[in-house]
Design a protein around this ligand. Structure first.
Ligand code: NAD
Length: 471
């Protein structure tokens, strides 16, 4: 597997293995970029960015919509590639591919409406506001959504008229390569999109420091986000930081515990819990606690775990051995503090990075799983009797990405909506990603928004023009 620089696929001598998390077998290898490769990608992004920005918007839109059509037409193939390198069930992978094709269409269409304005002004001066592409973007994306994360950056940057150098995850390179093929075949000018892999710390440091790069876009963990944001800050570059969270779910006394539990289980174990917005702390009112836990366990027991390529599998393996070790540590820590394992709690006795869907109750507030993002298939459930206290618990962590509430009362729903410190809220369901609306965090979960008109804004700069008319 190769890098894509200046319109060419390139193989390098330095490689890393790609592993199927369901079998632990090496399925391929990925080329890693040298500093010289990165410099070529930057130079290509400058040239390609100029060509792309000067391409009439109608032609840009046509090329991007064609790339979206190509990707949607290949959804079955790309989904298989994704499942083999990331582990999620093939149906989930296919849904992701189709969703990102839709996201690209949305951004491509929305960019046609990046209107400026003329401001009434005195005398013979024309005062206007224009929006221009910010310039070459450096983007870094993780392994949990091998199509979703890269496409958010690609769709935003390219629709706005920017070029981009993207370092997708070395652990899930095949999906990113398939996406880039679609853009190349659709007619994107050489250099407008460059795909690299390499040592993450070295690549990010080099790209962020390059004066030609004008915006840094990252999705990943909070510690890495802080590092990249500080590097961007030192170079006075804006950055988009889509980081982790630890999403609370508050199930109120008047909620339907059965419906709430079913929806929560479906969201909790999607992608084996490796989702930045995954519901990960369940705070359930005493009155409905027993019914909620009972149905949560019943729905969890119905989840078929296995190789994501197999029919009917609802949860695949974890994406890498690091997550498996992390799950074991979360469970051991919670149990040592008095938590009870209701189901799961251990890795499955088979090859692959499989961890059983796990439900913990009686989890004390100081257990690590209540304070750190588990990013895996562990659901800690605790009871509460006062909604204000539950909201306090929900907000006491330094994160604020997603939050969920279940209630039959519109008044209580408004209390939750106003009370949650989070950037993405869902009431009476666990809403998934939608590209037409903005997503992003508050507090340490990051800044900037992806999706919706707000998502495109990040890739544009505003220019004020005062034009004195002369003969
Ligand atoms: P990690 O922090 O080592 O890496 C997270 C991602 O950042 C990976 O894709 C990695 O390649 C990349 N990365 C690491 N160092 C980098 C650097 N200096 N420059 C650029 N990219 C860099 O952790 P991990 O083991 O891969 O994942 C564990 C944690 O990461 C999870 O617990 C979760 O909190 C977080 N995570 C969040 C998201 C998200 O969507 N927000 C996605 C994946 C992982």
């Amino acid at each position: 597997m190769t890098l894509f620089i200046d319109g060419e696929w390139i193989t390098t001598g330095n490689t890393a293995p790609v592993i199927d998390p369901a079998t632990e077998e090496v399925t391929g290898e990925i080329s890693l970029a040298s500093t010289a490769d990165l410099d070529r990608a930057i130079a290509a992004a400058v040239r390609g960015g100029r060509a792309w920005r000067n391409t009439p918007i109608a032609d840009r839109t046509r090329i991007l919509l064609k790339a979206a059509d190509l990707l949607a037409a290949r959804a079955d193939h790309v989904a298989t590639v994704m499942t083999r390198e990331q582990g999620k069930p093939r149906s989930e992978a296919k849904g992701e591919v189709l969703r990102v094709a839709g996201a690209l269409r949305w951004d491509a269409e929305d960019a046609r409406r990046a209107y400026g304005r003329i401001i009434p002004s005195a005398g013979d001066t024309v005062l206007s506001v224009r929006h221009e592409p910010i310039g070459p973007v450096a983007a870094f994306t993780p392994w949990n959504f091998p199509a979703g994360s890269p496409m958010r950056k690609l769709a935003g940057a390219l629709s706005a008229g920017c070029s981009i150098v993207i370092k997708a995850s070395e652990e899930t390179p095949g999906t990113a390569i398939e996406i880039v093929k679609c853009f190349a075949e659709a007619g994107l000018p050489a250099g407008a999109l460059n795909l690299v892999f390499g040592d993450p710390a070295e690549v990010s440091k080099h790209l962020i420091a390059a004066p030609e790069i004008r915006l840094v876009a990252f999705t990943g963990s909070i510690p890495v986000g802080k590092l990249l944001a500080s590097q961007a800050g030192a170079a006075m570059k804006p950055s988009l930081m889509e980081l982790g969270g630890h999403a609370p779910v508050i199930v109120c006394a008047d909620a339907d515990p059965v419906q709430a539990a079913r929806k929560a289980v479906a969201a909790k174990f999607a992608n084996a819990g490796q989702v930045c917005t995954s519901p990960s702390r369940f705070l359930v009112h005493q009155k409905v606690y027993a019914g909620f836990v009972e149905e949560f366990l019943a729905a969890t027991a119905r989840i078929k775990v296995g190789n994501g390529l197999d029919e009917g599998v609802a949860m695949g393996p974890l994406a890498n051995a690091r997550r498996l070790k992390a799950m074991e540590e979360f469970v051991a820590d919670a149990v040592s503090r008095g938590a009870k394992i209701q189901t799961g709690g251990e890795r499955l006795d088979r090859p692959g990075f499989f961890f059983a869907p796990t439900v913990l109750t009686d989890v004390p507030g100081d257990a690590r799983v209540m304070r750190e993002e588990p990013f895996g298939p562990i659901a800690p459930i605790v009871a509460f009797d006062d909604l204000d206290e539950a909201l306090k618990t929900a907000n006491e962590l330094p994160y604020g990405l997603a939050a969920y509430g279940f209630t039959r009362s519109s008044k209580t729903a408004e209390k939750l909506i106003n009370g949650f410190e989070a950037g993405i809220l869902s009431i009476n369901h666990c809403g998934g990603s939608v590209h037409e609306a903005p997503s992003g965090g508050v507090k340490q979960s990051g800044y900037g928004r992806e999706g919706g008109p707000e998502g495109l804004e990040a890739y544009l700069v505003t220019k004020r023009v005062s034009h004195l008319l002369v003969d």
